[in-house]
Design a protein around this ligand. Structure first.
Ligand SMILES: NC(=O)c1ccc[n+]([C@@H]2O[C@H](COP(=O)([O-])OP(=O)(O)OC[C@H]3O[C@@H](n4cnc5c(N)ncnc54)[C@H](O)[C@@H]3O)[C@@H](O)[C@H]2O)c1
Length: 273
């Protein structure tokens, strides 16, 4: 049976851990050849990929990374801009250095990696770009002002890509995750963090956090021919959190004793590669 990405060349940034690593595994399971990019040397341990260690916060790094990836793959059919930094701190204390660092990785690298990949895709007659935004782009989470702004910028960049490049057969879309507990985050959680996360789950109608594999499934859908008439769109994957809130939170259904994805300790049930 043919798979959705048989023989296709895919580049995933921020692929050493978390959602990026799940995206790599999902593309591999569907037949793709993957270049996995990260600032962490651990990206070299991701099985079955061509690994590139690159610090995408540096000027010029995103374009150079795409050129290297094109050399390794021969063709780039899909680019997934997943790498991001997520600093937090009160808005009144944010420094210009923190703002610049956040925008260097989360916005500048997304734009210039997309530009470089799009040039290549235009030459080849098409391709798909999927950018990781966040539910925070729509509903601010505090205290994360620069991050929230950066993720709104990612949506705007994606719309420009879709609008200017559609006639070349290049599609661009966003996945906007809600609260998604990656295996690494679960492993690093203190009991206090875990209690806060349980409290957070009260806002999520599906009564659990998201899994990295569920974000990856949305990315693959938007990158695939199944989404051939979808471009410029943002798919929110948040268990219904943005759908609404209780006027009186005490009326919300009580939390289950066991919350899937949160109460599984640091084990890694979803890693497939
Ligand atoms: N986990 C969530 O709940 C959640 C929610 C909303 C949006 N997102 C988005 O999903 C994406 C993945 O999130 P995650 O939770 O897996 O994060 P993560 O921190 O686990 O992974 C991010 C990866 O990006 C890499 N990276 C950071 N700076 C880099 C740089 N300068 N150059 C190259 N690589 C760099 C990191 O090393 C890391 O491997 C991000 O874009 C994030 O904003 C995540």
């Amino acid at each position: 049976m043919s798979r959705r990405f048989d023989g296709r060349g895919v580049v995933v940034t921020g692929a050493a851990r978390g959602i990026g690593r799940a995206i790599v595994a999902a593309f591999q399971a569907e037949g793709a050849r993957v270049v996995a990019v990260d600032v962490l040397p651990a990206v070299a341990e991701v099985p079955g990929v061509e690994a590139l260690v690159a610090d995408l916060s540096r000027p010029g790094a995103a374009g150079a990374m795409v050129a290297d990836a094109a050399g390794l793959l021969g063709r780039i059919d899909v680019l997934v801009n997943n790498a991001a930094v997520m600093p937090d701190g009160p808005l009144l204390d944010v420094t210009e250095a923190e703002w610049d660092r956040t925008f260097a990785v989360n916005v500048r690298a997304v734009f210039f990696a997309s530009q470089a990949a799009a040039r290549h895709m235009v030459e080849r007659g098409g391709g798909a770009i999927v950018n990781l935004s966040s539910a925070n782009a729509v509903r601010s989470e505090s205290p994360e002002a620069p991050y929230n702004a950066s993720k709104a910028a990612v949506i705007a960049i994606t719309r420009s890509l879709a609008h200017e490049l559609g006639h070349h057969g290049v599609r661009a879309n966003c996945v906007a995750p809600g609260e998604t507990l990656t295996p690494e985050e679960a492993a690093e959680m203190s009991p206090g963090d875990r209690a806060a996360e349980r409290e957070y789950v009260r806002r999520i109608p599906l009564r659990r956090v998201g899994r990295a594999a569920e974000q990856a499934a949305a990315v693959l859908f938007l990158a695939s021919d199944d989404a051939s008439f979808i471009t410029g769109e943002t798919l929110v994957v948040d268990g219904g959190e943005l759908a609404g809130d209780w006027y009186d939170r005490s009326q919300a259904p009580s939390l289950p004793d066991h919350i899937e994805g949160l109460d599984e300790s640091g084990s890694d049930p979803e890693r497939t590669a």
